[in-house]
Design a protein around this ligand. Sequence first.
Ligand code: NAG
Ligand code: NAG
Length: 389
Amino acid sequence: MRLVLALTALVSALPVAYAWGAAGHEIVATIAQMHLQPPVMRHLCAVLSSDADFDRTRPCTLAAIAPWADKIRMHARWSAALHYIGARDDHPPDSCAFPGARGWAGHEDINVLHAIRNVTGILDGFVARGGVRRASAKEMATASEALKFLVHFVGDMHQPLHLTGRDRGGNGDKVAWNGRVTNLHSLWDSLLIAKALRTIPRNYTRPLPVPPMEAVLKGTIYDPYVRRIMYEGVGLGAYSTVRGRWEDEVEAWLDCPAPPMQSFLQRPLQAAFGVGARSETDDGRICPHAWAAPIHKLNCDFIWPRELDDPAYPHMHAVDAENELRDAMEDYGRRGRSGGHYLELDTPEYAGAIAERWVVEKLLAQGGIRLAGILNDIFMPLTAHNNND
Ligand SMILES: *[C@@H]1O[C@H](CO)[C@@H](O)[C@H](O)[C@H]1NC(C)=O
Ligand SMILES: *[C@@H]1O[C@H](CO)[C@@H](O)[C@H](O)[C@H]1NC(C)=O
């Protein structure tokens, strides 16, 4: 009887966590869509609507396809490693290597940075061959899949725990959130966003007089949050007299450092020390490694709680799926009672400081702005072509 109850509880607990994870991706996609050139969005919708599973009953938005890569992850096991990256020598909070002398963990070019490079390359090729007007059904399907992956992976790249391999990105670290057991990774995927959504000032629940922004908001629970991130953070330019807190740096989020000069003599040496990694994924136009490096560093700065390594706090590392499931069931039974057993992070010192500094909001905004920058850049040649018709 207890087991049946525990299982029911577990099943009903899971979709909630999953849905919030999707919210982060949808928010990034929504902010991106607000910054797309209108002809670019039309091209993206032409690509997406060629898909067999395109939902014609809903408006074409990037948010609608943003969680797709997580939905197929269970069936397309090969794609799971494309959502994150971890370096062999990385061990927050003590040392943050990105990648460090021994390079990346796992298969060397199967990770989120290389995946972003790969799918942007596929979309560049699609555009170079003439885009939608010239594409075969097969090429359309490939482009659509690449686009859906890109929208998702740029989001993943802006979740700091997707950039460290320690304890599977914090999935193996139990912590308490308001007395309930969760893990560090889920807290960053979902719970911090969920809390932000619950504490939005009421003045953001109604539309603001900013047509290009409101046109993209489709009545979701995170609309007020996006309005706030845009109004107080990114800034609304000519639409507002209030300057956003990052308004002066938003342009610079798209900058890429000049690619390092390298002679063919240096190259093997750099590769041997892991420094070659950057030049494999980055160029002067799209540079996932350069963009991700400061985000990864946040793990050492304040994301990975030092107390987790204190033996006083248990934080079992689930070693396989079966253990993880059992742990989850046991934890669910303990909810609200011995969650206090684990390190509590819904505190003014942890979650409060993060909210006060707008850390999560800035990451979501950076993800959105960079995704828009990449898509505008890739699809702009097609829009110039169209104007000549
Ligand atoms: C992307 O990755 C696939 C699978 O590894 C590979 O076959 C393809 O050539 C890559 N495409 C680009 C443009 O990098
Ligand atoms: C909404 O309220 C907050 C806090 O009360 C304020 O800082 C912000 O400027 C307001 N936003 C708008 C759009 O009026």
